[in-house]
Design a protein around this ligand. Structure first.
Ligand code: BTN
Length: 254
């Protein structure tokens, strides 16, 4: 289902924008927008997403999952696992997931994930646009990223063709997403834990929660030991959707 329709462009402002427009027009779940370059690529927290034209995979995947909007952040973890699968298959790389939205290899970021949710009626998800930026053939990065980012080419010493790689990523995402649809977060939780670079680390989350990340909860929240075994739930929220933020924060308080 995912990737059976792919709209491919040379250059766009942001694939997220085009996917959002297609979603509003009723495009089918699984529709993908991709481009070789973005002039206004979006990252999380209002940041921009830099790319070197033709050297990365820039993808926005339209999903229409059933269920409440508070489940949406689980999709970032599902996508991160799929990216890890594809990196292993295509390039024999062992990727780790930095909860909730980043994929790292050798302590450097290789992929960023931007989930943007638009609510439907009540508390069901209208649609989610999963933005994926995967560093493939970059051989250098701007100064601000140079010590923190990496690419498949830098790690393996050879270039990769983007289209076959895109197919692999979408196929892996399709499989992981199907598992999540059928079995919920329980179906991917163990692997999220196994691939996590966050568990065991000291973390500081929005809202001032600080401590050691000890587990990923049944719903995908991060459980942080803030001292003396007191566990605090940290919930990630999809971008740009006020209702989702409120629902997720609500969930975090309970
Ligand atoms: C992050 O780590 O901040 C998330 C980055 C997400 C970037 C991707 S690239 C394809 C899609 N289009 C965008 O404008 N952003 C996402």
């Amino acid at each position: 289902m995912i990737g059976s329709v792919v709209h491919a462009f040379e250059s766009v402002t942001s694939t997220q924008e085009l996917a959002a427009a297609l979603a509003r027009e009723g495009a089918a779940a699984g529709t993908v927008v991709t481009a070789r370059h973005q002039t206004g690529g979006r990252g999380r927290r209002g940041r921009s997403w830099w790319d070197a034209p033709g050297r990365s995979l820039l993808l926005s995947v339209l999903l229409r999952p059933p269920g409440p909007v508070a489940q949406t952040p689980q999709l970032s973890l599902v996508a991160a696992l799929a990216i890890a699968d594809a990196l292993a298959t295509a390039a024999a790389l062992r990727a780790r997931i930095r909860w909730p939205n980043d994929v790292f290899v050798d302590d450097r970021k290789i992929c960023g994930i931007l989930p943007e949710a638009v609510s439907g009626d009540g508390r069901s998800v209208g649609h989610v646009i999963l933005g994926l930026g995967i560093n493939v053939n970059q051989t250098e990065f701007p100064d601000a990223l140079a010590t923190r980012a990496t690419s498949i080419r830098l790690l393996t010493g050879r270039p990769y063709e983007l289209v076959p790689l895109r197919r692999m990523v979408l196929e892996a995402l399709d499989q992981r997403y199907a598992r999540w649809l059928a079995g919920g977060f329980a179906a991917v939780r163990a692997e999220c834990r196994r691939c996590s670079s966050t568990l065991g680390e000291r973390v500081r989350a929005d809202g001032g929660v600080e401590g050691v990340a000890v587990d990923i909860a049944e719903d995908g929240a991060l459980l942080v030991d803030t001292g003396g075994g007191v566990l605090t739930r940290v919930v990630s929220v999809p971008a740009d959707d006020t209702e989702a933020r409120e629902v997720a924060n609500d969930a975090a308080r309970h």
